[in-house]
Design a protein around this ligand. Structure first.
Ligand SMILES: NC(=O)c1ccc[n+]([C@@H]2O[C@H](COP(=O)([O-])OP(=O)(O)OC[C@H]3O[C@@H](n4cnc5c(N)ncnc54)[C@H](OP(=O)(O)O)[C@@H]3O)[C@@H](O)[C@H]2O)c1
Length: 218
């Protein structure tokens, strides 16, 4: 029987107080060794997925650069198709397979803008992208592993909907602080600890001053 969704790994570099970016959006927390580890992981998955705020803030390439290996498909959750035409993602989509997941709320203008690029557009959900049906769609396309690289709002949706299997967290030697700084998991959050998914700590890897924690769901 076909699996209804891909295997999902959530990944982030966090400060010791659980933030993934400062209040101004500076998210340069990772180290060279951690980037090599992350890029090796990227080369082994079928797709990388991020939310549109991460594109607007960081303008990432989401490719494999620190090691040799294939680029996974890049998936952007962008309900209204607001990704800038000069973003690195759209500027490189002729070389790296790219999916823009949008909702039915997208304007005709933004849809036409996206259609000028060689990207796949998946439309699902009324107001924001329906990630359950998106995952189902990806399975049918033989995308069997997805690395979710944030940001915090996207992470919450995957956790709240129980759509993940593993978490890889790099604890970086920084303290960010501030209520306006983005945390690893945003959204409303759980009101009771009992509602949190149960996690098993599988491995702890020390990369100099950084710690990589690998959790799986119990
Ligand atoms: N340290 C790290 O490892 C790391 C990694 C990644 C990002 N970051 C940082 O995280 C920050 C961005 O995080 P963020 O929480 O503001 O935004 P985000 O998670 O990157 O993007 C959230 C946006 O994605 C869109 N989206 C569409 N469908 C969605 C769905 N079903 N579920 C969730 N989102 C959906 C929504 O906008 P629409 O409804 O308009 O589409 C939503 O506001 C940046 O500052 C970035 O630097 C850090």
């Amino acid at each position: 029987m076909e699996k209804s969704r891909p295997h999902v790994i959530l990944s982030a570099a966090i400060s010791i107080d659980g933030k993934i970016a400062t209040r101004l959006g500076d998210s340069k927390l990772s180290s060279k060794k951690d980037k090599i580890r992350l890029h090796r992981l990227r080369s082994k998955v079928d797709a990388i997925l991020v939310g549109k705020n991460t594109i607007h803030r960081d303008d990432p390439l989401l490719t494999v650069r620190y090691v040799k290996g294939k680029n996974p498909t890049r998936i952007i959750l962008d309900s209204q198709g607001t990704i800038p035409v000069n973003s690195k993602i759209l500027q490189t989509c002729n070389k790296v397979p790219t999916i823009i997941a949008v909702s039915k709320k997208i304007s005709k203008v933004n849809l036409q803008k996206l259609k000028k690029f060689p990207v796949e557009i998946i439309m699902t959900g009324e107001n924001s992208v329906n990630i359950k049906s998106l995952m189902n769609n990806l399975s049918k396309r033989k995308i069997n592993t997805v690395l979710v690289e944030g940001g915090g709002t996207v992470n919450w949706q995957f956790i709240q909907n129980n759509l993940f299997d593993e978490i890889l967290i790099t604890i970086t030697p920084f303290i960010i602080g501030g209520i306006d700084a983005i945390t690893f998991v945003q959204g409303r959050g759980f009101d009771k600890i009992i509602k949190s998914p149960r996690l098993r700590l599988n491995t702890i890897k020390r990369l100099e001053n950084y710690l990589v924690l690998h959790y799986t769901k119990v």
